[in-house]
Design a binder for this molecule. Sequence first.
Ligand SMILES: NC(=O)C1=CN([C@@H]2O[C@H](COP(=O)(O)OP(=O)(O)OC[C@H]3O[C@@H](n4cnc5c(N)ncnc54)[C@H](O)[C@@H]3O)[C@@H](O)[C@H]2O)C=CC1
Ligand SMILES: O=C(O)C1=N[C@H](C(=O)O)C[C@H](O)C1
Length: 267
Amino acid sequence: MTTPLKIAVHGAAGRMGRRVVALASADPSVEVTAAIENDQHELLGADAGELAGVDTLDVPLASKWPTDVDVVIDFSLPDAIDRCIEKCESHDTALVIATTGMTDAQVERLRDASASIPVVWAPSMSLAVNLTMKLAQQITEKLRDVPGGLDIEIIERHHRFKADAPSGTALKFGDLIAEKLGDDTKHVHGREGHTGQRTRNEIGYHAVRVGDNPGEHTIVFGMLGERIELNVAASNRDCYAAGAIAAAKWLIDRPAGMYDMFDVLEM
Ligand SMILES: NC(=O)C1=CN([C@@H]2O[C@H](COP(=O)(O)OP(=O)(O)OC[C@H]3O[C@@H](n4cnc5c(N)ncnc54)[C@H](O)[C@@H]3O)[C@@H](O)[C@H]2O)C=CC1
Ligand SMILES: O=C(O)C1=N[C@H](C(=O)O)C[C@H](O)C1
C-alpha cells in the first residue's frame, strides 16, 4: 500500500472545511494531518474529526502552520489567503484554493506563487458545475448570432451566510461565456430604476441569498420566441469537498503551475 497523501485543511472549522475533513477521513488514500484555523477561533485545540462529526483524528484545530504536509486544501476567507499562499510557497507545498471573493492583487499573488508550487484554483470544485460551464460555452457558441439576438443572464442562489456576491462560480460562468461572445461583453450586476432597454452585449448577474442553499446556478439563454435555462444545483456541500480532495490527489504529481478543475477533470 502506498503512503496516504498528507492533507492540511485551511479553514477547517468552517462549513466546507468540516466536510473536507469528514470525506478525507473516510478515504484511505489521504490523511488529514493538520487543521488550520485563524488564531482567534474559539474552537482552537478541538479535534478536527470530532468537529466534522466523524471519529477522533487526533488532529487539533491550530493556527500554527504545519510542517509535514503534501497538499493544503483551502476553503477560508479572502482575509486569510495572503498568509496561506505565502506559507505554501515557503514550505514548497501544493495548494488547492477554493476560496472565492479574492481581490485582483491576491489573484496576481497566487499566479506568482504558481511559478514555484503547483496550484489548483477554481471557484467551484463540483464536477456538475464544471461540466455545466462547458455546456454554457457550447450553447453560447451555437446561439451567439441567432436572428433576433441572444440575452444571457446568470442567476445564483446561495445560503444567507455567504459573504461574497455574486458567487465566484457565477463570475467564472460569465468570463467563460464572454470568451465566446467577444471582447465588447459588458457585465451588468442587477438592474434598478430607469435602465433603458437591455443592450445586446451584456451578461446580467443576479445574486439570491436564501436559507441554507448550498449553491445553485441558472444560466438563462433568452431569444425571441424561446429560451434555454441551464440549472445546476448542489443538494449538499460534498460535491465541492470531494472535488477538492480529487484535485489534491491529482495535483501532487504535477510540476509548478496554475491549474483549474477543467485540468483535473480532463474537460
Ligand atoms: N470552490 C468551491 O468549490 C467552493 C468554494 N467555497 C468558498 O469557500 C469559502 C469558505 O466557505 P464556507 O466554508 O462556507 O465559509 P465559512 O465561513 O463557514 O468557513 C471559513 C472558515 O475559514 C476560517 N478562517 C478565517 N480566517 C482564517 C485564517 N486566517 N486562517 C485559517 N482559517 C481562517 C473561518 O474561521 C471559518 O472557519 C468561501 O469563500 C466560499 O465561497 C465554498 C464552497 C465551494
Ligand atoms: O459560498 C458558498 O457556499 C459557495 N461558494 C462558491 C462560489 O462562490 O462560487 C461555490 C459554491 O457555489 C458554494
